[in-house]
Each structure stands twice: as structure tokens, then as C-alpha cells.
Design a protein around this ligand. Structure first.
Ligand code: G3P
Length: 217
């Protein structure tokens, strides 16, 4: 399963690159706003930082405006993936761009029906928002299970990109279901390394080792 970072903060990306766990980056208008920086400069910088796909979202909601913005965004880096909302115009643009060989990430997906349409429109990625479904008391991972089944039934190449992930269990559940990608806030990726028994066991090892008076180097 690939891991993308869900952030527009270049410092957060730089800090996690040495882990070798960053396979791409997703951004959205809210994350760009949170960064306080210009979208074109930010996306260009992220594209230079990571080799994998970098999602940059259009902000227009009408097809003509989306087309213009997608042209500008796709020129910012060879690894730019155009993010479009799960709307009629969004999927029309998805089909146009995918026919030109431009990767598209269809975002704000909340149903299996939407995911099926996105795959038929040639999306490279579908982004179901599991956390926001959980927030409503639904089980976002049930949607991931349904999408994985439907995509397998018809051998769609669209990759399931689990989005709106909030905690390590989302990471595990996504992997158990065979999702292709999960996009994680940097803090959640850092959490994946942690377990209290690891900390406790390491402390005990080091304490016992110190008592030997030995050193390896
Ligand atoms: O970037 C898309 C998605 O990951 C947003 O997540 O936490 O705003 O629901 P969130």
C-alpha cells in the first residue's frame, strides 16, 4: 500500500522524506489556505521534493474554469495529479484529462456509485473520505470495502486512495481491504511507528545493557 502525505506544508514533507515512506502528496484548497502560501509556488516546490504523484485541486466548479485551472496546475510539475471534485463537470474534465494521459484524482467521494462513475471516467485515483463518514456515525471503511469489490469485479485500473484518514486503525483497515493508497496527515504517519510496549521494551534493553558496562564501538 502506498502512503501519500496529506499536507501542503513543505517543511512537514521535508521532515518525513528521510523515512522513505512518502510515495506522494495530496493537497486541497483548505490545506493550501492553511499553508498561507501561493498555490502555484507550493505545488511546484512539492513536485520538486517528491517523485510520486502530487495532487493539486482545481477550485472552479464550472467546466470551462476547471479546464483553465487544470492547464495551469499541470504545467507546475511532471508528477502533478489534477484533483477534481466528484461532480458532473468534474467527471467530464476527468475523462478529457485522462484521455490526454494526465492523471486525475477524483475527490470528495462519499458513495460507491460515485466511485464507479469516477472509474468509468478514467480517474487515476478515487478519494473516498472515510473520516468524514465516520464523523456522521457511518463506517467509512465499509465504503472502501464496497469500492474495492466493485473495482475488482470490473478490473478497473483506478487506484483506491483512502482519504480523510484520522488514525492508525484507518491505515491498518485500508491495508486489510487492499486499498492501493492511503493519504495521511504527517502527524498520523508519525503515530504509525509508536507503541507503548516498544518504548517500554527498548528502555528495558538499554537499562540492562548499561549494567553490562560494555560498548559495541
Ligand atoms: O485531502 C483530502 C482529505 O484527506 C481531507 O481530509 O481530514 O479534511 O477530512 P479531512
Amino acid at each position: 500500500m502506498k502512503i501519500f502525505l496529506d499536507t501542503a506544508n513543505c517543511d512537514e514533507i521535508k521532515a518525513l522524506l528521510p523515512t522513505g515512506m512518502v510515495d506522494g502528496v495530496t493537497t486541497n484548497p483548505s490545506l493550501i489556505a492553511k499553508s498561507g502560501r501561493d498555490i502555484k509556488q507550493t505545488i511546484a516546490e512539492i513536485c520538486a521534493l517528491v517523485d510520486g504523484p502530487v495532487s493539486a485541486e482545481v477550485t472552479a466548479i464550472e467546466l470551462s474554469g476547471m479546464r483553465e485551472e487544470a492547464k495551469v496546475l499541470s504545467e507546475l510539475g511532471k508528477n502533478v495529479t489534477i484533483k477534481v471534485p466528484m461532480t458532473t463537470d468534474g467527471l467530464i474534465l476527468c475523462r478529457e484529462l485522462s484521455d490526454k494521459g494526465i492523471m486525475v484524482n477524483v475527490t470528495l467521494c462519499f458513495s460507491a456509485a460515485q466511485a464507479l462513475l469516477a472509474a468509468k471516467a478514467g480517474a487515476a485515483f478515487i478519494s473516498p473520505f472515510v473520516g468524514r463518514l465516520d464523523d456522521l456515525g457511518a463506517d467509512g471503511m465499509n465504503l472502501i470495502a464496497d469500492i474495492c469489490t466493485i473495482y475488482s469485479n470490473y478490473e478497473f485500473s483506478t487506484e483506491v486512495l483512502v482519504a480523510s484518514a484520522r488514525h492508525p486503525q484507518h491505515f491498518v483497515d485500508a491495508a486489510l481491504l487492499g486499498a492501493d493508497v492511503i493519504t495521511l496527515p504527517p502527524v498520523t504517519l508519525a503515530q504509525l511507528y509508536k507503541h507503548p510496549l516498544t518504548d517500554k521494551g527498548l528502555a528495558a534493553f538499554l537499562s540492562d545493557w548499561e549494567n553490562t558496562g560494555q560498548s559495541i564501538t
